[in-house]
Design a protein around this ligand. Sequence first.
Ligand SMILES: Cc1cc2nc3c(=O)[nH]c(=O)nc-3n(C[C@H](O)[C@H](O)[C@H](O)COP(=O)(O)OP(=O)(O)OC[C@H]3O[C@@H](n4cnc5c(N)ncnc54)[C@H](O)[C@@H]3O)c2cc1C
Length: 406
Amino acid sequence: MAVHVIDEANRCLQCKKPMCMEGCPIHTPIPAVIRALKEGKLEDAGQMLFENNPMSLVCSLVCNHERQCEGHCVLGRKGQPVHVSSIENYISDTCLERVKSKCAPENGKKVAVIGAGPAGITIAIMLARRGYGVTIFDARDKIGGVLQYGIPEFRLPKAILDRYKKKLLSMGIKIRPNTTVGGALEIKDLFRDGYKSIFIGTGVWRPKTLGVKGESLGTVHFAIDYLANPDAYELGDRVAVIGVGNSAMDVARTAIRKGSHSVTLYARGSHSDASLHETQYAMLDGARFEFNKSIVEINDQGPVFRNTLCDQDGNVTGYSRETEQVYADSVIISISQGPKSKLVNTTEGLRATKNGLLETSEKGETTVEGIFASGDVVLGARTVVEAVAYSKTVVEAMDKYMRSKE
Ligand SMILES: Cc1cc2nc3c(=O)[nH]c(=O)nc-3n(C[C@H](O)[C@H](O)[C@H](O)COP(=O)(O)OP(=O)(O)OC[C@H]3O[C@@H](n4cnc5c(N)ncnc54)[C@H](O)[C@@H]3O)c2cc1C
């Protein structure tokens, strides 16, 4: 094992005011979890983690710990912070099946959850614990959303999602795969069939486009489509990735693993937008970076750029007159995603903001009574832990709403 969790647990100072908890978007009770671990109460530690965050095992692997819990640990001011992610990973991996979710007796009320990403899974688990009969609908064949069809296997083993599926089923949660709501079935059909409340956690799956000539060429692809099934693509040797966010790092690292020898990421600005670790790993894997490149068009040879001119603070002030042709076998556009509009188009009264995200209150109430939403479809492309944290608030609101209808 690279990091010994017991040694790491022993380094924790058990601060009276734990900064690690403040830095965690979901306020994981880190000192209490570590205390339980040190006392040999592993299942208590697991219980605390999963009660607070049903996606604890996933978060232990994919959260940006350097900016969150570990980035706030006081030991990090002069040395190495406690490796909280390894401790959480050890506990949640060992306890996922061992810790049984205590469910209240069935209350006879049915809830529909549209989308089996982190937001939908959190809502499903937390409402099942409160005695609701939950059915999850997902457009794809497997659960997980971006965890399954976006984040690559080398960062998040898919076997974890199979374990989550078993856990959901063991709690009596029903799963309808390959079912796009807003297609043959619409939200009004779900209300007709007795669901008392409906949750929308459909994420953002519509790639943002560059708006330049050449985006429809046969050698050009969008990141989220590529990552869903990289084996379907023949990228060739030289790959140009447009964008330098976390998704772009996943694209570059996947393309290298699938055999492309020359993978270059192009940034409009002067730095990478991805987390430090993801950027460093992409470099170690062999990806190259080109900064201050603004795309002009894509042709059959590859992308064409102008140089961006920046001031001292890195703000773009203009563009060079000359253009530069880059030669690439494939171009992958990775500049984020927005939501699809199926549910808004097929549900009377369901309103979206001008960016297409669902309009909700702070509690996740949409513009239609009984329909709630959270995760990326409300927040825009964000993170797993933020989807989970928001969903916890929404669970309270859905529970309150359904009780008020008794
Ligand atoms: C490539 C990539 C890498 C990322 N890496 C990280 C990372 O390392 N760490 C991190 O914290 N975050 C990461 N993120 C962001 C994170 O994955 C998302 O913030 C998170 O998955 C959002 O969860 P969600 O449940 O809102 O939506 P999603 O995960 O998008 O899940 C939505 C689900 O809804 C389903 N769906 C959509 N429309 C319908 C419909 N009409 N009917 C039925 N089902 C439908 C979809 O099939 C999908 O399963 C990454 C994102 C990408 C794209």
